[in-house]
Write a protein that binds this ligand. Structure first.
Ligand code: DGI
Ligand code: FE
Ligand code: FE
Ligand code: FE
Length: 187
């Protein structure tokens, strides 16, 4: 799909702020792609599309999880985690985008996953470090992301786990798997 068409398709589903965030994620992903060898056009598309399902009603998101092959354990965790996996499904059903690489990156953009590929790491990180973000520690992640995607992902995952545990929230297993995987690699 052409990038301008993707923007048109996404826009009515998002708030103005969320749409602008999505454009910044796309730009940041392009920047991170520089020396990665990844397909820049595809990364831009994934960035534009990554929050496609963000504002679907909770009941609709839950229905898609129940009626698809998506993991049912998602339903026992915070509904904020549902828009990635469901978004990956809906861009195929509603927009006809069947690209498994784009779908994988959208699916895991919130939780992360063990053994993420470079494309998935770039979208995961772009969502975390786009210029509109101001999490504590985000500047350190921005700096590291310029040279080391795996280390930057490890930092983002570690920050998020600390943040969630700090407020007594649950942490989805994929977030731990992603963290553990990169920790074992030495990051
Ligand atoms: O959709 P966005 O707001 O752009 O960002 P996102 O899809 O990364 O959502 C992130 C939020 O999800 C963040 O505030 C933390 C929250 N969250 C809740 N449970 C978990 C979680 N994030 C991760 N990685 N793992 C969880 O288990
Ligand atoms: Fe998101
Ligand atoms: Fe994120
Ligand atoms: Fe996002």
């Amino acid at each position: 799909m052409d990038i301008e068409l993707a923007k048109e398709k996404v826009k009515p589903h998002l708030t103005k702020e969320r749409y602008e965030h999505s454009l910044r994620v796309a730009e940041t992903a392009k920047m991170l792609a520089d020396r990665s060898g990844e397909d820049v056009r595809k990364l831009e598309l994934a960035g534009v599309l990554h929050d496609y399902a963000k504002y679907r009603p909770q009941e609709e998101l839950a229905r898609w999880i129940k009626s698809s092959t998506l993991p049912k354990d998602l339903l026992a965790f915070h509904h904020e985690l549902w828009h990635g996996p469901v978004g990956a499904l809906l861009i195929e059903k509603e927009l006809g985008i069947k690209d498994k690489v784009i779908q994988g990156a959208i699916r895991y953009h919130t939780t992360g996953a063990a053994n993420m590929n470079k494309f998935e790491m770039i979208i995961f990180l772009a969502d975390y470090i786009e210029p509109g973000r101001s999490f504590p520690g985000v500047n350190e992640v921005r700096k590291v992301a310029e040279n080391n995607l795996q280390q930057a992902c490890w930092m983002a995952l570690s920050n998020t786990i600390h943040f969630l545990v700090g407020k007594g929230a649950t942490v989805y297993p994929d977030t731990f798997y992603a963290y553990n995987y990169l920790t074992r690699l030495g990051y």
